[in-house]
Design a protein around this ligand. Sequence first.
Ligand SMILES: [Zn+2]
Length: 264
Amino acid sequence: MAVVMVGMAARRDGTALRMRAVATIAALALCAALAGCGGGAGSAIPSTAARAGRSYTVQPGDTVYHIATRFGVSVGRLMTVNGLSDPRDLRVGQTLTIPGSYPVAALSGAVHERSSAFPYRGMRESRQFAWPVAEGIVSSGFGIRNGAMHDGVDIAAPVGTPVHAADSGVVVFTGRLNGYGNTIIIQHDDQYATVYGHDERNFVREGEHVTRGQTIGDIGTSGRTTGANLHFEVRHDNIARNPLAYLPEPPAAPGISYAAGGGM
Ligand SMILES: [Zn+2]
């Protein structure tokens, strides 16, 4: 039913918008029943390499981002090396290994390095969106996860990090959805829709036109999730696609990194 409804000609009146939203939400509700979000992969760094690293003791007020910036290492690498799947897992007094001090040879065979360099190996679509978060870590990829389908990618970042529209379009839904928490759905001109879940706050209204890159909400922990992250979906005719096929890779997206196994 959902697919048939979305196949209608795109009209810009309220009824069409509402029907599109209903169709997309019907699909989302199904997914939400199957899988929660936020479970990240653990570290794959060999223990011998970890022992070779320089260490740092977490101080009150520190964040993963501040520490990474201070030592000039990427956030994703710092997290992967220390087995952090969520930036909020950081604890005062915790000893972190700073990966910048590794001998290069110690890292060359590490699984997380390959994952960081090649976060997505499949075909890249000609249709491209912008990353909805300027700085974050892809903590979970698209596809079967723990026996359930994960219809999007999770991008971990601190609560309050701005969420941006991946492209211009019309907001067809903003509100709470079971499992997804605070959610925004944007319908684009070409049968594509993007979905933004687990928001702390939504800043846009249904029917509102948004431009690519516009701040539409911020990252939170609403819905079924184990940590602060954006659950991001790309749907075409209401079928969930792998968002990584539709997003630019680093270095075109310098703020984005990948947790071990995050890209799939
Ligand atoms: Zn998710």
